[in-house]
Design a binder for this molecule. Sequence first.
Ligand code: DGP
Length: 121
Amino acid sequence: MTYRYDSENIFAKILRGEIPNDTVLETEHSLAFRDIQPQAPQHVLVIPKGAYVTFDHFAQEASDAEIVDYVRAVGEVCRMEGVADDGWRLISNAGEAAIQEVPHLHVHVLAGRPLGRMLSK
Ligand code: DGP
């Protein structure tokens, strides 16, 4: 799979400061901000600052420093949001079957209510 990154996607615009966001955490290589259409009381998106389309793209091409920073940023967000006690979910949609709307890698951190089964069917 060869990935082509669209630098006009909405998260690229957020990273360039062209669109405002409600930042939760910023690190050297990652940014976490609240989802504009929250599907749970806590709904944070964590993205790498680099131009990666999906988790697979990131895993293939990101540097070790970017990967370590990103994984630690996700953990830090979970701690900051205090999700551990009641439970939480991490989702990353990739491509058409998963209905990925924004073609820049992001994980959704969801918490704050019972989240049901992983897939509805
Ligand atoms: P996905 O379907 O996994 O690609 O989810 C994309 C998410 O991005 C969706 O939950 C809504 C969110 N989103 C879309 N546009 C914006 C925006 O401009 N700002 C923020 N904060 N979130 C956005």
